[in-house]
Design a protein around this ligand. Structure first.
Ligand code: HEC
Ligand code: HEC
Length: 242
């Protein structure tokens, strides 16, 4: 059995367990239609778990951890469940009113996955990193980047293109006055994307600001080796020689 088949079978098994443990009548629906069938409800719930990379227990109370038969599906004890209700209403409003009003040819329905991309919390990578740096410092931000990249690279959940770390570095260095943090993010960016011309130029600017002309020249040379026509690099070189 290859990996994909394996995971499909596993999914089917999980879905089977879930369906078997779920009652046929529902007692606490506030957004979904009261007369929704079990198959349809399970389809909705599965779109939640897939869209958010979540488990049933993230939104539903499991009285005995790990024991599937101890779920109290109707309970509203877990805060995520009410958040999810708000999200369902938001999605409904977008699809029935806002989207048709905003676009001429409306042939696309927004779903949970449209924003969530398989994540509990759909924030963008730069936002996630800046929040970690603000709370726990740039080394923690670097650790988080490596962790997320390992888990999500290629999943489309986060944008790992070099411009994201460049934005984080720039925000740290310019808006937050955190030069060391900014430099750390530039170096991380170059480790991940050794051909990123702009990162060498950012490094050169940081070196210039710190008065280290030799280091600045090395960085500019690297940028010019990658992009001999870079006007930005030539401008910095001129600045250096003055
Ligand atoms: C992201 C949160 C979320 C996840 C994950 C989730 N659910 Fe739900 N579920 C809800 C919400 C919200 C409702 C209530 C909808 C409403 O009020 O109309 C609900 C309702 C239900 C109900 C009806 C309960 C009742 O009697 O009123 C069942 C059964 C259920 N979910 C099963 C599941 C199963 C099984 C899974 C995992 C495969 C799952 N859910 C995953 C949010 C979630
Ligand atoms: C238009 C974009 C968008 C759509 C569509 C969307 N969400 Fe969200 N959702 C968000 C944002 C943004 C947040 C995080 C808000 C924050 O952290 O301040 C969020 C947060 C959540 C959270 C809380 C997660 C946490 O870590 O705190 C849950 C649960 C959730 N959404 C469920 C859903 C479900 C279920 C659907 C589909 C019915 C859905 N969302 C559709 C944008 C969206």
């Amino acid at each position: 059995m290859n990996k994909l088949t394996q995971s499909l079978v596993l999914l089917a098994l999980l879905a089977g367990t879930a369906t078997a443990q779920v009652p046929d009548k529902f007692t606490n629906l506030k957004v979904l239609p009261q007369d929704i069938g079990k198959r349809e409800l399970m389809g909705v719930m599965q779109s939640f778990t897939m869209g958010l990379g979540a488990r049933c227990s993230d939104c539903h109370e499991m009285k005995v951890p790990g024991d599937f038969s101890s779920f109290d599906w109707a309970s509203d004890k877990r805060p995520n469940k009410d958040v999810a209700r708000g999200m369902m209403q938001m999605v409904q409003e977008i699809n029935s009113n806002l989207l048709p009003a905003a676009t001429k040819e409306h042939d696309f329905q927004v779903r949970c996955v449209t924003c969530h991309r398989g994540l509990h919390n759909p924030r963008t990578l730069d936002n996630v990193l800046l929040k970690v740096v603000a709370k726990d410092g740039a080394p923690a931000g670097e650790d988080r980047y490596r962790e997320l990249r390992k888990t999500y690279y290629g999943a489309g959940a986060y944008d790992f293109r070099p411009s994201t770390l460049a934005t984080v570095a720039e925000t740290l260095a310019q808006e937050k006055g955190d030069l060391a943090g900014g430099r750390r993010m530039v170096l991380l960016n170059l480790e991940m994307n050794p051909d990123h011309v702009n990162s060498y130029l950012m490094l050169a600017q940081m070196d210039l600001a710190a008065g280290d002309k030799a280091a600045a020249r090395t960085s500019i040379d690297k940028a010019l080796a990658l992009d001999p026509d870079s006007r930005h690099a030539k401008r910095l070189l001129k600045q250096l020689d003055e």
